[in-house]
Design a protein around this ligand. Sequence first.
Ligand code: CMC
Length: 377
Amino acid sequence: MAEGMVAKGLQDVVVDDTWICKIIGDQGKLYYYGYSIHDLAEHCTYEEVVFLLLKGKLPNRAELDQITRELKEARGLPYGVRDVIKSAPKGSIPMDVLRTAASALALTDPKPGDDSPEGRYRKAIRMVALFPEIVAADYRFRRGEEPVASNPKLNHAANFLYLLHGKEPGADAARTMDVALVLHAEHDFNASTFTARVIAATMSDMYSAVTGAIGALKGPLHGGANEGVIKTLLEIGEPANIKPWLAEKFKDKNFRLMGFGHRVYKTLDPRAIVLKKYSEKTGRERGTTKWFEMSNEIEQIMKTREKPLYPNVDFYSASTYFMMGLPPEIYTPIFAVARVVGWCAHVIEQQTHNKLIRPAADYHGEIDKPLPPIDKR
Ligand code: CMC
């Protein structure tokens, strides 16, 4: 291959077939198993999307009852994992705690070596059920509080808020979290999912694949951007500061505005359209639309630049979570709570049609160099 011919960052390289998710980047469209993200966000719960992603079809009433039961039965943080979370040094980064706890789930799995189709499905349900408990336990330990047990009356999203705050959420907050989880559940071959697939393709196990994926999600160019967005809004502080702040920052050509731009979408990310509505709605419910309005103003400025940039999923999720009273350090863990099902679906798909993922590189150094003895180097 001639020098300079590599596809940096695998941009636009098609690496495998998939049946799970389709993105049409120039039209801002996203589908899970053929269903539009707008329809899924409006009409489905996270449990329905979990079934869709793991089974490839929408559940009927009996199937939804069944998977809801399975998810509830898989709740209950094993003591070993709880101890891992509790023993994290003060000041640990929440994504590091989640990554470590996700890995520790393998040690408490009754059948860690069972990677049969049934075993993989059971592990997927277990991880989907336990991720909210891990994130909430860490959140509460940091505040000097004990974790609370899951509430069997509540669905996945409402229970997550209950685990965080120790009290039942209102219907609006529960629905907002449900929609956020649906929107973040899956996104084809993004960096964390591809990481999971690379690990799965060695025929390693689901816990290893998901643990690796969490490490990839943590980065500020991926899921870590939502924490960056709220830091940006807080740093700007007031609407009057937006224009001078942006003008100053964009003097540096390497500056990246968190929550903007996307490898695949060249227009508005459809998930941002939905989250924008929830950001405004949540602001109205909480009696302050300041963060929503500032976000909207930034969006308008960015789209009229010479090279327009559009919000991605992380942009309006940040102000939505902030107005729900959630602290910035758990925004990326919330992304993982949602995305774990997408990772698991891809691990299953990869291992069902497996081929080891082992690309080639374009080496630019010398070869066959004489090896000098140590005192002649
Ligand atoms: N701020 C400023 N400039 C940007 C941004 C941004 N957020 N995003 C892209 N650009 C510019 C970039 O400077 C480049 O300009 P030029 O052609 O003049 O060099 C051009 O747009 C193309 O950018 P790129 O970095 O080559 O595009 P990429 O596909 O490699 O990167 C990205 C995609 C998401 C890493 C990038 O847009 C970015 O860094 N965004 C900020 C971080 C962020 O919000 N990440 C969340 C992604 S969506 C949720 C998820 O899946 O995790």
